[in-house]
Design a protein around this ligand. Sequence first.
Ligand SMILES: Nc1ncnc2c1ncn2[C@@H]1O[C@H](COP(=O)(O)OP(=O)(O)OP(=O)(O)O)[C@@H](O)[C@H]1O
Ligand SMILES: [Mg+2]
Length: 284
Amino acid sequence: MATDTKIAQNISSGTELSGGAFPRGKNILAVASGKGGVGKTFFSISLAHALSRMGKKVLLFDGDLGLANVDVQLGLMPKRDLNDVIRGRLSLDKVVQRYEDGGFDIIAGRSGQASLSALPSQRLAMLRDMLIELSDEYDAIIIDLGAGVDRTVRMFSACATRTLLVSTDEPTSLTDAYAFIKLGSAAGMSKNVSIVVNMASSKAEGEKTYKTLLKACENFLRLSPPLAGMVRQDPKVKETIRHQTPLLTRSPNCEAAGDIEKIAQYAYKAMLEEAKALMRAGRG
Ligand SMILES: Nc1ncnc2c1ncn2[C@@H]1O[C@H](COP(=O)(O)OP(=O)(O)OP(=O)(O)O)[C@@H](O)[C@H]1O
Ligand SMILES: [Mg+2]
């Protein structure tokens, strides 16, 4: 499998950030995917919004460092972003921006910035540590990651309390989600992964997609990642992205919005349980 090989190469070239006892946050949810374009950014924004509507204090962090587009989907023009942090001009808390419409905070990335997409390991680890420190100020931090399992993804996924792995029912997306779990687990990061099936044509189809992935994980990896939930294919999603407005503002009663609200409840609860387990293990 070509993706398998590509991701494996990435892993072997950056093991310094994987395995061992990582610093982990108690309230960090990472949103990842094997294949690109499956809806991570849309889902991350909507999840942050849903949690904020549940009364939680939320920060959405654009962790797709060199190809950031949280700001694009929301039609924002950030005055400060991660580039200022990486260049040492500002501390992480100083680039937090309030997104009033959604009632949550955002840290924007910078698209097309080579220095962000190829950060040296030490800088990346510094960024992670600053984010964990900042997490004390919030009930939940959502990290929108880039696709695949590169060094940045592995590090942020490893510091997350739980990773929500997004897949669609397309065979390539499913294969890459499986590769993410397999290679991520080899790198010591994927124990706390839950699956989100996005763009499901129906609840039954979404369930079927999850079962296909679960079966492969159980048979070949002896892992049983739980289902966080599914988000149905909904024309309102494209519409809302075109209008650069969050789904829960523009179409709060559509199917996809209801699906995401359910996942937000699941994810928050799973995160609290995980945080308790971390505390018990003395790593919180
Ligand atoms: N539930 C859904 N129903 C309909 N369309 C959807 C749904 N979820 C996502 N999409 C479509 O998928 C497109 C890609 O979404 P998004 O940019 O969030 O993906 P991504 O995984 O972040 O991509 P990348 O890997 O490039 O960062 C959106 O523009 C939207 O049109
Ligand atoms: Mg994205």
